[in-house]
Design a protein around this ligand. Structure first.
Ligand SMILES: [Zn+2]
Length: 155
């Protein structure tokens, strides 16, 4: 499947000094329209940072459930931010009740928005991150992830 590259620049969505490694390929979930998703391997409770300026369009942090089985897929806590030019970023597996933002809130790149947890379908503590665009009528299913090759770092 062809991949479009993201137009925006994105910064690292976790503090650089806490990042253990970046994994783009190991997760069995990174297929189809999620093929450009990126996992940032970090410890639980690591701060999650907005990757670019934008407006928060979705927040769920009510789940305290997760594990290494696909039955946990829908239990992920996650945040979505809409950026200028229509690109979105999404942050998954967030810790229970850790969101520091609300829907409609404007955020700056680098703002702490939540903490990494183990909610949803996840084998080891990490932040699942994806940049995507909406390609159809259904903003949940009609999406395609965009390629982000490198990230800006400020720490
Ligand atoms: Zn992932």
């Amino acid at each position: 499947m062809m991949s479009k590259k993201a137009i925006n620049r994105y910064r690292l969505p976790v503090p650089k000094n806490l990042l253990q490694r970046i994994d783009r390929t190991s997760s069995p979930a990174h297929m189809g329209n999620l093929r450009n998703a990126i996992d940032f391997i970090v410890d639980e409770q690591t701060p999650v940072l907005a990757a670019a300026d934008g407006i928060v369009t979705f927040v769920k942090d009510s789940s305290d459930t997760g594990g290494s089985n696909p039955i946990y897929w829908d239990y992920t806590n996650f945040i979505v931010i809409r950026h200028p030019n229509g690109e979105y970023s999404r942050y998954d597996h967030l810790s229970y009740h850790s969101s520091k933002v609300k829907v409609g809130q404007r955020v700056k790149a680098g703002k702490e928005i939540a903490l990494v947890g183990m909610t949803g379908y996840t084998y080891l503590p990490h932040l699942h991150f994806q940049v995507f665009e909406v390609t159809g009528i259904n903003a949940w299913t009609d999406i395609d992830t965009l390629e982000v090759q490198d990230f800006d770092t400020f720490n």
